[in-house]
Design a protein around this ligand. Structure first.
Ligand code: URA
Length: 435
């Protein structure tokens, strides 16, 4: 078959920073998705994008072509406004587990299509799968019904949604081309727009444990994604949130589910509550400004009252899970005591994430299994007093041989100030990016 474009010409154009036409972008995505462009050619093109970036029109077209490579879910007619949330990924980030039932309890439906973890940050599906019987796969018809009935769904994105991204992401993962703002933005937004939500809130993490540690990069990513969503007719806003310290008190699949449940029942750590409630308020506001009738309830009160917990139970049960089942426990728990007395002034999120990963909570390759029980629990948050010899960290695993490497990851993760400090806990919520 004769092709409309010569891929080598397009690689040269991108390499040299010359414009690439809208038709050429459509062709590139279509031809690569259908196997008419070789991996090595698309790798070269992607590396040129890493260096040269994309013009706004070009990025918009690239994202639209990725959406058009597959199906677009239609969530109209479920009887409630829909709003989703996406996080760029942090350590101990179990926000979705609390936020999805909470926003549903406030009258807004949340169709959350999630992914699995890669590297030192965990994935929502891996966490949910530590609940006995819970199924991540949900056909679109059942997803719509669950959304209409319960208002809350967390499930795997089906293969029909943005298949171009599936191929491109797998290639980027092995060619050093993940770290590009236009490629990250188009990858995330193509899936979120295709899922059919009418509004979207993005939690863009900043700091040591984040995918993009520098605030300038996180801000640019947030702005790029908000613009892409808005151009596609999805009301989109972003929140920049700090990820220097891991969120809550646990990192690891079943450990995080237990902490999420505690929070849904009206307890839970203050940082997790603050971020969840802030995102919930934004989501409800966006649903409201879409012309939907949304009861103005305060998510902070709903969460504290425990009223989101029955929604969680219904959501888990609808996907085969037993919300009353006891979560699995690790066979080995090693306790690391505080080396000195004082006040905790630093707990490095990346180090905690790597330790949890080495204990078995995360995967190095997509096909690796994850341990539901592995992870880290910390007994103090930033600014809290700690006492020499008292437990500070717990390492949970079924593989005692992993303990040494996890301890090594944590060797320089903690700072304890010896005297009563002027410990100013840095803010968690940094900036809001509006359309
Ligand atoms: N998550 C995605 O879905 N895509 C990226 O490119 C990076 C993170």
């Amino acid at each position: 078959m004769s092709e409309a474009f010569d891929v080598v010409d397009l690689i040269r154009a991108k390499r040299d920073g010359r414009p690439v036409s809208a038709d050429a972008v459509d062709w590139l995505i279509d031809a690569y998705t259908h196997g008419r462009i070789a991996d090595e050619q698309m790798s070269a093109y992607l590396m040129a994008v890493v260096w040269r970036g994309m013009a706004p029109d070009e990025l918009h077209r690239w994202t639209t072509a990725m959406i058009d490579s597959g199906e677009r879910l239609d969530l109209a007619g479920i009887g409630r406004p829909t709003v989703d949330k996406h996080s760029t990924g942090g350590v101990g980030d179990k926000v979705s587990l609390v936020l999805v039932p909470l926003v549903a309890a406030c009258g807004v439906a949340v169709p959350q299509l999630s992914g699995r973890g890669l590297g030192h940050t965990g994935g929502t599906l891996d966490k949910m799968e530590s609940i006995a019987g819970w199924q991540a796969e949900l056909p679109p018809g059942r997803m719509r019904r669950q959304l209409a009935d319960i208002g809350a769904v967390i499930c795997a994105a089906g293969g029909g949604l943005a298949p171009a991204d599936r191929r491109l992401y797998a290639l980027r993962d092995v060619t050093g081309t993940v770290e590009s703002i236009p490629l990250i933005a188009s990858s995330i937004m193509s899936k979120k727009i295709a899922e059919g939500t009418s509004a979207l809130v993005l939690d863009v993490k900043v700091g040591a444990g984040a995918f993009l540690p520098a605030i300038a990069d996180a801000r640019l990513l947030a702005r790029t994604m908000v613009d892409l969503g808005t151009a596609a007719g999805v009301r989109t806003e972003a929140l920049l949130t700090a990820m220097d310290v891991p969120l809550g008190r646990t990192a690891g699949n079943a450990l995080e589910v237990a902490e999420a449940v505690e929070t849904l029942r009206g307890g839970g750590p203050a940082d997790l509550i603050e971020i969840t409630v802030t995102l919930a308020r934004m989501m409800i506001e966006l649903a409201d400004s879409s012309g939907n009738q949304v009861d103005r309830v305060d998510p902070a009160q709903v969460l504290a009252s425990g009223a989101a917990y029955p929604v969680w139970q219904a959501m888990v049960a609808a996907q085969g899970g037993d919300p009353a089942a006891v979560l699995p426990h690790a066979s080995t728990v090693a306790v690391l005591p505080a080396p000195v007395s004082g006040y905790l002034t630093r707990l490095d999120a990346r180090a905690v994430g790597i330790a949890a990963w080495r204990l078995g909570a995360g995967r190095a390759r997509k096909e690796d299994p994850v341990s539901p029980v592995a992870g880290v629990r910390w007994h103090a948050g930033l600014g809290d007093p700690v006492v020499a010899g008292e437990p500070l960290l717990e390492l949970h695993t079924d593989d005692p041989a992993a303990l040494g490497r996890a301890r090594a990851a944590l060797a320089d993760a903690i700072t304890i100030a010896p005297e009563v400090p002027p410990v100013t806990v840095p803010p968690l919520i940094l900036e809001r990016v509006r359309a």
